[in-house]
Ligand binder design. Sequence first.
Ligand code: PLP
Length: 367
Amino acid sequence: MRPATQVIRAGLQPKAQGKPFSPGVTFAGTYHASGDIAEIPYTYRRYHNPTWTQFESALAELEGGTAVSFASGMAAVAAVFGSTLKRGDILVMPSDSYYTTRLLADGFFSNIGVQVRRAPTAGDGLRKLLEGARLLWLETPANPGLDVCDIAALSEAAHRQNLLVAVDNTTATVLSQRPLELGADFSVASDTKGLTGHSDLILGHVAVADSAHADKLLSWRTQVGAVPGPMEVWLADRSLATLEMRLARQSSNALTVAEFLATRAEIHSLRWPGLSSDPSHAIASRQMRYFGPVISFALSDGAHAERFLASCMLLFEATSFGGIHTTAERRARWGGDDIPPGFIRLSVGCEDAQDLIEDIEQALDSL
Ligand code: PLP
C-alpha cells in the first residue's frame, strides 16, 4: 500500500455490516470488570482505553512497531529516558535538540546520576561520544536549527557499541521518516505538531520494534500516569487520515516560500532541508520522504524580526509548528537555543503559497 492510502486506512476496523468505519471516542474511566482481570480487555483507564487501542494500532502500522501513546511529546521523551536510564548511565544527545528535552536531561536525569554528553546534530561529534554510553538520542531535523543527521549510520555505530538509539521524529513525522526502519530502537514524537496538525491538542507517542521496550514503556505510562485524554486521542486518530495531504501541501508550499526567501537580501542563514543548497539536503533526501513545513531564517536583529512578524497578515505569530495554519515566531524570545536574536522559525501551512509569498513580501518591504 502506498503512503497516502496507508494513512487513510491505518487502524480501521475490519468491514462489518452496520458498523462505522471507525468507532467513536470512549470516555470511560472504569469498566464493568468482575472476576479475573487478566480475562477482561478494559478495566481502568490509566491502564488502557479502546480509543488509545485504535490510535496506537494505526501508529503501529505506520511506524512498523508497537506504539504507545502519551499525554504529550515531553511525556513520551520522559518515558524513553525513564525506562532506559539509571544512575551511572551515559546519555549522548544533540546540543541543538529541543530545549525542554535538554532541560529534562540536565535537570531530573542528571540529578539522579545520569551523565549527559552533547555534540551538534551536524558533523561527526555525536558518533565520537558513544563509548561507554547507554542511550544515543537523536533529533532530526533538529528544532529549531534544522540540521539533519544520518539515522542509519549513527544507529549502526551506536549498536556496535551496545547503545540504544532513540530518534525524536517530531519535525519529520512518521510519514516522512521511519526511524525504526532506519535502525533506531525508539521512534519518539510530539504528536502536538505535524502528525495531528490542527493546533488543537497536546499528545505524544513512542514506537518500538522490541516488545520488551514496549512493556517497559507501558509500565512507565501506567505508573507515572502520563496518560492521554481519549478526546485528544480520537481527534489525533481522525487527523491522521489527512496527514499525507497536509504534509504534501505544506512541503510544496515550503519549497515555494523558501525559494522566495532566498531571493531577498534581508534574509540570512536560510535553512530548509529541501533546498538543494542546504547543508542538510543530501542526508535529508536519503531518509525523508517530505521535507516538511519548517523553515528557519534570520533578519538582521530582534527588532527587525519583531517588526516583520507584526507586519504579516496571514502568518500567525505563535509557537509550535506543523499545523495547517502558517505560523512564525522569533524563537530567541524563549531563550535556551544558540540562535541569533533575529532568528525566525516559520511553519508553512496549507494556504495558497502565492498568498503567503505576497504577505511575506509586503512585510519585508515594510521594514
Ligand atoms: N520534541 C520536539 C522536537 C518538540 O519540538 C517538542 C515541542 O515543541 C517536543 C518534543 C515536546 O512536545 P510537547 O510540547 O507535545 O510536549
